[in-house]
Design a binder for this molecule. Sequence first.
Ligand SMILES: C[S@@+](CC[C@H](N)C(=O)[O-])C[C@H]1O[C@@H](n2cnc3c(N)ncnc32)[C@H](O)[C@@H]1O
Length: 320
Amino acid sequence: MFRGLCRALSGLKPLPQKPDAATDARGRGFSPDGASRDTDLKASPRHRATVTPERGRRFSPHGAPGLGRVYLVGAGPGDPELLTRKAERLLREADVILHDRLVSPAILALAGPGPERVYAGKKCGDHHVPQGRTEELLIHYARRGLSVVRLKGGDPFIFGRGGEEQDALRAAGIPCEVVPGVTAALGCAAATGIPLTHRDYSRSVLFLTGHDRDGRSPDDWSTLTRRDRTLVVYMGLQPLADFCAGLRAHGLSDDWPVAVIAEGTTDQQRIVRGTLWNIADRAAGAGLPSPALTLIGRVVAAGDDRALERTAAAVAPAID
Ligand SMILES: C[S@@+](CC[C@H](N)C(=O)[O-])C[C@H]1O[C@@H](n2cnc3c(N)ncnc32)[C@H](O)[C@@H]1O
């Protein structure tokens, strides 16, 4: 009956037969669209037992009888040690973990062998699991009385669609809790020693995406070209050249400092430094992979006196 209800609600493909179908005998992660994906994770017999429908209805930790709970959990930018203690505990206690592409196997391994892993990742231009389908699965598992962790790279509420998932869960009457994570901006800044604010150079910091959901560039460039502000551009690798050209066209100098950090906080972290004039070529030349974050502003040159001198003339009045 439940499955029928979900199908009626979604109009999408049928839901999986039961969560234990989400891992095949070789421990591959389950893709709700049907294809399996290697995750280097092992499914345990204990867990397969845990998520059978009978056991799934065994408890009602929160909310209405028989209802489970969904935790929207931030996994941080990559380094497993940047996970919060609460996130790690919830991972270990979960029945099911729905995770993004950006969540590394090392972080998933912290959950131990118990929880089922379900891949619910998206990639620019490759929406492997549609957002509606992910929400449908969260509701499906919670209605079976399971403890569900929706594990997202960085923080769930920073460009992570956590708000949309929370809305869907609330509308379905599913108890939901959000556990913050270290967002990529904070992780990458710390890992590269670039302070996002600094009393001498930057009094505010702005998180933004390289383009909006329709692929458009920003409408109001004046908020982006303040000289006492740091910009942190998520998902900005592909539109980097256009974005830098826009900033230059709206008043920032060609030699304004920029850094692109790829796979920040991981063993594979790389940083390319440059200016608005040359960073797009340098990043392309270095073949930086995704995910990558762009930091723009005088703080990028902090510690580099010559680079700071070049931008000094353009700096706003002293900051206190
Ligand atoms: C869909 S957004 C998700 C952001 C995430 N919720 C957060 O709070 O960090 C994905 C973008 O985050 C940035 N990002 C995430 N992890 C990163 C990392 N380890 N290094 C560099 N950039 C990262 C990249 O700009 C990537 O395109």
